[in-house]
Design a protein around this ligand. Structure first.
Ligand SMILES: NC(=O)CCC(=O)C(=O)O
Length: 313
């Protein structure tokens, strides 16, 4: 029985996770069909948690978001309003896996005041499904990707998208808690630290880094979040396609262990990568380097104790 000296496990039993580094293009129906094929392959390889990339159902770009956006509310949305919602639910159910369904552009239309013009907002939204195909959670990207690196890349998601305003921690009952965020969110350690201190065994980020920042920061950020929090981290990218569009994804989907060692890393093309996660790895990282008992909340505040918004989006 767990005592103060024996912390209760954050990962209840070993589990295999797969990141599907998907090649998607401009045909949404083809992207959904390809994702279904690859989720099947991941499940056949023994994965019980499967991750898809950011914006897996569309090309990634501000010009594309409104065109590919789907309405998710009211829940469950109709197949016409959100083919991706229904396709993801079926992928999870048909394969009996937890599906962290990358992200899709989401459209939300609201009437702010009686008689006012409807207002449409777009979000970059992850949908997480249970093995029975029910929606467990949604995460709207909190930190929008607005950067300007001369000679490198300029991108302004905020020209089109609105930010989400909550932290997302999902309970997978057989395994434990997982923190979900999207791509640029990985640069903000607070989000990760709060999720980890709420008891997550893994932090999962569907992402789509680019050819300027990818080589410098992608693996570094994955390893940094694992190192800070002594838990598993998974980053899942689209495959790189130099023939389509103007945004070329870095690829290199990876899973990092709680000692910040890369367990597996994809190349640039379409690929499914697998990693086996277990509690022992988390516990040995935490007992060997006992950060959890060494924090100095008399010197700095405990961000995980601050009022955190975990309400449904
Ligand atoms: N889709 C994104 O949020 C890209 C983030 C990125 O490339 C970065 O450097 O950060």
């Amino acid at each position: 029985m767990a005592s103060a000296a024996t912390p209760s496990p954050v990962l209840k039993q070993p589990v295999r996770i797969a990141c599907v580094q998907l090649a998607s293009g401009s045909d949404k129906a083809a992207n959904l069909a390809r994702a279904a094929e690859k989720v099947r392959e991941a499940a056949a390889g023994g994965a019980k948690i499967v991750v898809l990339p950011e914006c897996f159902n569309s090309p990634y770009g501000c010009d594309h978001f409104p065109h590919y956006a789907e309405t998710l509310l009211p829940s469950p949305p109709s197949a016409e309003d959100s083919p991706s919602f229904h396709a993801l639910a079926a992928m999870a159910r048909d394969n009996g896996v937890y599906l962290i369904g990358g992200s899709i552009p989401e459209r939300e239309t609201t009437l702010s005041q009686e008689g006012a013009q409807p207002q449409t907002r777009y979000y970059n939204t992850a949908l997480i499904f249970s093995p029975s195909g029910s929606l467990l959670a949604t995460h709207r990207k909190v930190h929008l990707f607005d950067i300007d690196i001369p000679g490198g890349i300029t991108f302004r998601e905020s020209d089109v998208l609105s930010p989400g305003n909550k932290l997302t921690v999902v309970d997978l009952p057989e395994y434990g808690l997982v923190g979900i965020a999207i791509c640029y969110d990985v640069r903000f350690p607070e989000l990760a630290t709060i999720a980890a201190r709420k008891g997550c065994f893994a932090l999962v980020y569907p992402g789509a880094f680019n050819l300027t920042t990818g080589p410098l920061h992608w693996e570094l950020l994955g390893r940094a979040r694992a190192l800070d929090n002594q838990c598993y981290v998974a980053l899942c990218s689209p495959a790189r396609d130099m023939t389509e569009g103007v945004y070329h994804a870095w690829g290199h989907s990876l899973v990092v262990d709680p000692m910040a060692k890369v367990i597996v890393q994809a190349g640039e093309g379409e690929e499914v990568v697998f990693a086996d996660l277990d509690e022992q790895k988390i516990e040995s990282a935490r007992s060997g380097i006992p950060l959890r008992h060494q924090r100095r909340f008399d010197v700095y505040p405990d961000v995980s104790q601050a009022k955190v918004n975990t309400e449904k989006a």
